[in-house]
Ligand binder design. Sequence first.
Ligand SMILES: Nc1ncnc2c1ncn2[C@@H]1O[C@H](COP(=O)(O)OP(=O)(O)O)[C@@H](O)[C@H]1O
Ligand SMILES: N[C@@H](CCC(=O)OP(=O)(O)O)C(=O)O
Length: 265
Amino acid sequence: MQQMDAKRIVIKVGTSTLTHDNGKLNLQAIDQLCYTLSGLVNEGKEIVLVSSGAIGVGLGLLRLHERPASIPEQQAVASVGQTQLMTVYQQRFSVYGQKIGQILLTHDVVDYPISRQNVLNTFENLLRLNIIPIVNENDAVAVDELDHHTRFGDNDQLSAIVARAIDADLLIMLSDIDGFYDKNPRKCDDAVLIERVTEISEETFKRAGGRGTKLGTGGMITKLKAAEIMLKAKKAMLLANGENPSIIFKLLDGTALGTLFKGTE
Ligand SMILES: Nc1ncnc2c1ncn2[C@@H]1O[C@H](COP(=O)(O)OP(=O)(O)O)[C@@H](O)[C@H]1O
Ligand SMILES: N[C@@H](CCC(=O)OP(=O)(O)O)C(=O)O
């Protein structure tokens, strides 16, 4: 399938796309994202947005400069930030006449067959009504304890899990970098962008380094893990720079930007 033929598309945006380094919301990027996704729905696409930002936006709102150390404090920050994030999405999407719904997930929801089916039904019904589901991890309740693992930990893999579960044609991952390079471009000036990856091996992972910004979570490693999930499901993933989210129009037109992860068959 060509990118332009993709009908059901999951788009993942990271904290670095949604916020400035000073912790404030990047209103231009958020507005462009809402405009772009609304335009795609008008074209007949089924769009799911996986949005990070709860903790980043919460920190900004509470005027904190760093993540608090304890998990309950981080969860409180996420609880405040998630509400603010959805308020801004609600405002900006409504300008374009676009309805949205919120789906907050924990790992157990997608692991247990009954809750998994329930949430899949929710996705299907929202998409049938041309509503954009906005997904995030339910940070305020997710925990990782000895015998109780409900956290995904990062939205890169969460977006691939969602894309696979709803049988999306394509996952578009917007990041703070132009794509996947042969080595970390923040550390090596001679790093070269890789335009196409057909399989992911140990060698691929060796090229990936950690996160770029203090609020990003997994760096390139979690993005490769997400791509691995997509390739195993015989689906494609595009990794591109989210500085101007309207880049999605160009990506779907087939313009070679960023990195396309797609098998050969
Ligand atoms: N091989 C690589 N190619 C591209 N980026 C890399 C690579 N290795 C490490 N990185 C880092 O990964 C960062 C993107 O991940 P992250 O900071 O988690 O962003 P996001 O908030 O978009 O999820 C880049 O800014 C870069 O610093
Ligand atoms: N669920 C967390 C985001 C976790 C995450 O993966 O963040 P990012 O690396 O910015 O995509 C939040 O909303 O703050």
